[in-house]
Design a protein around this ligand. Sequence first.
Ligand code: SF4
Ligand code: SF4
Length: 311
Amino acid sequence: MPDSSNLTGSRDDLRIDRSRCLRMRFSDSGCRRCLDICPNGAVSLDDGLSINSKQCRGCLLCTAVCPAGALEQGSDFSACLAQLSRVPEPVLGCVRTNECSHATMACLGSLSEEHLFALCHALDGRLTLNLSQCGDCPNSAMLAILAQRLNTLSASGLSDEGCCIVLAESAQDIKCRAESVDRRSFFRSFGKVLLQNAAVILSNTREQTEQRTDYTGKRLPMRRELLNRTRSRLSLELELLVRTHFDTCVSFDNSSCTGCQGCVAICPTGALMTGVMDEKPVFDYLLCTGCGLCREFCLDHAVRVTPRAGL
Ligand code: SF4
Ligand code: SF4
């Protein structure tokens, strides 16, 4: 059996698109989410976004917090979902746990709240996250953060109707049964096809670790796209919880908005569009990540970015 205990994710698993970074789009942006979460000091924002490849250990924690899609995981999350949905009680692990996981990702640090929410509602029964090799891994800092993300979902009621996600830090707690393709599993996975198809769309062009899109181009980060696909199949009660937890409301002060459309141009995701009836921009909450760049950019302080809760 090959020894995978010295494996970790690597800088190659990180897909970087500097043109999406809020600081590259607007030099006065105060975003530093990636810098704050990186446990290895590998991120620099002094002269634009850069990642020190010698210091980056591929924990991918930064990909779970970047609101612009400038940093994303390069691996195919759709393949994970497809593999996991074929197994009654699946186990998801990292590259160090190949032998005892049904599907693997470079590092489970890349599992954002949106990913965990999608796993929770795409699968039935129980999903085990295999953390048995994390204790002595250089990326072990992600353990507490992953647990915190799961707790946040649970405290918000967002995991109530989904499968049970269990964190297993000991090999004894992991039951990795062989893949089953009995009739029941087949039809259950058939029901997940919509979500898997969505994930396939998200997995396009993951080969390159560095890419660049036009600054004027709009693109929804993979995490937000995944959330939107997941929410399309939820109960109304759960959808209301999703709104409260994940959604943002962008509104405009009538007296100070001049209708210059600067926020429309600077928004990285296309959540703001030029209004037809009115000079004020039109806002689409499904496309907004709450990054706040429109508010930072507006010279007239006319943009408000608030939680969508209560709407
Ligand atoms: S979190 Fe994303 S948008 Fe913010 S500074 Fe880092 S790379 Fe740029
Ligand atoms: S509308 Fe504003 S807060 Fe929402 S994604 Fe666009 S720039 Fe960011």
